[in-house]
Design a protein around this ligand. Structure first.
Ligand code: ATP
Length: 259
């Protein structure tokens, strides 16, 4: 059986007394692709930051397997555009990197030809692959990807998701990713976790997309299935502290795991 790499155990996060997340339960095992979805500002990146140890949880704990080794791919590359920096030098900055692995890793991701390119001239898709290469050079057993296809066109998105799936198949690593795309990502995911203050629903893509809580949150496109539109129907009301107000909108949470 694949080993469990991470378990979020009743994680709660509040800022200035405002509850952002509560009672978050989620696990990621080797070989498993888990995708976090949820509306803007629902705390997906904050959960990732908590896993990375950059944000403290207000309650609960994250249980990490003793062998856990994370390769993290951030949403964006923040580098001063006036700073001359080649892809090779950028990747050589990875702590403990085996420099012999830089070119093979780039080649595996189809960007070996970019070795001597300046990082700030790369396209959106090329930048994402370089960031993925950096995450892989950390020799992870868990890849953590925060919106990995951001700034990439639809064809590029399909290719990137295919790459991520191939990497998982090859390394048997776990993958935790945040995504706003509901259609493409579903096909590449073992487990979907839908957060909106709490875990509204989770499970296989088939289970989640058929779940009333998911359907209450996301508009599912009917006529044109070729492109999924991220449509968050915010059909319940939060109070000033992020709590969910009761009333006629209760149905949106009627099927949630946590109240
Ligand atoms: N350190 C912090 N102090 C105060 N508020 C914070 C802090 N970090 C995050 N927040 C707030 O928490 C909320 C959730 O932010 P987060 O970036 O995790 O959401 P998200 O689900 O990733 O959003 P998006 O889909 O837009 O990327 C935001 O309102 C943000 O301003």
């Amino acid at each position: 059986m694949n080993k469990r790499l991470v378990a979020f155990d009743k994680i709660g996060i509040s800022f200035d007394g405002r509850v952002l997340l509560e009672n978050i339960e989620m696990t990621i095992s080797e070989g498993e692709i888990v995708t976090l979805i949820g509306p803007n500002g629902s705390g997906k990146s904050t959960l990732i930051r908590t896993l990375l140890g950059l944000q403290e949880a207000t309650s609960g704990e994250i249980v990490r397997h003793k062998t856990l080794r994370i390769g993290y791919m951030p949403q964006k590359l923040h580098i001063d555009p006036t700073l001359p920096l080649t892809v090779k030098h950028f990747l050589a900055l990875v702590r403990g990197v085996d420099k012999q692995q830089i070119l093979p890793t780039l080649e595996k991701l189809g960007i070996g030809h970019l070795l001597r390119s300046q990082v700030h001239v790369l396209s959106g898709g090329e930048t994402q692959r370089v960031l993925l290469a950096r995450a892989l050079l950390n020799r992870p057993n868990l890849l953590v990807l925060d919106e990995p296809v951001q700034g990439v066109d639809v064809n590029g998105q399909v290719e990137l998701y295919n790459l991520i799936e191939n990497i998982r198949n090859e390394l048997n690593c776990g993958v935790l990713m945040v995504s706003h795309d509901l259609h493409l990502v579903m096909a590449k995911t073992d487990t979907v976790v839908c957060v909106n203050q709490h875990v509204c629903c989770s499970g296989s893509p088939q289970h989640v997309t058929g779940h009333p809580a998911y359907q209450a949150l996301f508009g599912v496109p009917g006529a044109d299935e070729s492109i999924a539109i991220y449509a968050h129907q915010h059909d319940h009301v939060h109070d000033d502290h992020g709590g969910i107000l009761s009333g006629k909108d209760d149905d949106a949470h009627a099927n949630c795991k946590h109240h």
